[in-house]
Design a protein around this ligand. Sequence first.
Ligand code: PRT
Ligand code: ZN
Length: 297
Amino acid sequence: MNKNNQQGPLADGGKLKLAIQKSGRLHDDSIRLLKECGIDISNGVNKLKAEANNFPIEVYFLRDDDIPQYVEDAVADIGFVGENVVYEKKKKVAVVEKLGFGKCRLSIAVRRNEEYDNEQFLSGKKIATSYPVILGDFLKAKGVSAEIHEISGSVEIAPGIGLADAICDLVSSGSTLFMNGLKETETILQSQAVLIKHANLVPAKQLLLDRLLFRIQSVKKAKNNKYILLNAPNDKLNEIIGLLPGMKSPTVLPLAEAGWSSVHSVLNENDFWDIIEQLKAAGAQGILVVPIEKMII
Ligand code: PRT
Ligand code: ZN
């Protein structure tokens, strides 16, 4: 047994300790994901931690920037945090699973009227950012020597007030850049929320994490897939079945009306519209598409 499972300030009764953002862009989606995994935590927004009554987990509410450190130190076993924060902080933690929310990119942007051919534009320039480590690695890899000016917020206004020639910041819709007269010229990192874990979880904690991961993966798979029901004339059944992947093969049931069958299957979001068009062309009718809540394969 590792010291974390013994009595003292780190005693936790064998619960998996999860750190999530206290408030901000990742908070609601983190809580929602837990809920979709069947884990209900009592509302702890104004508290430091909350417990679930139906899963051995304890949730800590922290600033996102602090989560990698807490996980490295085993104060939390696992955390939900943006990849951008994980790579900037360079703590000893393992990235285990992409969570599918909090998607954004870390990009270079310059004044809209500037001509930017490639990263050599940045040579000798001043770049404002809250991500000096990731930016520094990028510049080094490209062999560009520039001055990194670290600021903690409102990075987008730096070029407008003459503080910098370029910025390196997170972008999602791009509207903040646009409103500040900037254009995005280079993406240096694609980011989303990820699950990180302590480098050496004790086996009992790893088992709990495996249970949680199984649930997270089932939720993610369900989100990427749709359940489809359709009616098919029997003489077109083979052609229609050939278009459907299904988890094993589609379910086919006879309809009350002679010569017709009902076909049930599962479609991946990415192939969805293509396959629907082909199904219609092949004679499928009454197509119903239903969201899937969990998918266990
Ligand atoms: O208080 P705490 O330190 O916990 O929160 P925070 O203020 O540092 O972080 P928060 O809540 O703003 O963001 C948390 C995480 O959300 C980030 O680390 C990213 O992983 C992720 N994320 C996703 C984003 C964005 N999208 C995003 N658009 N984080 C910030 N932004 C900001 C960006 O910095 C810029 O100011 O939104 C603006 C740009 O948005 P668009 O839509 O105009 O392009
Ligand atoms: Zn933060």
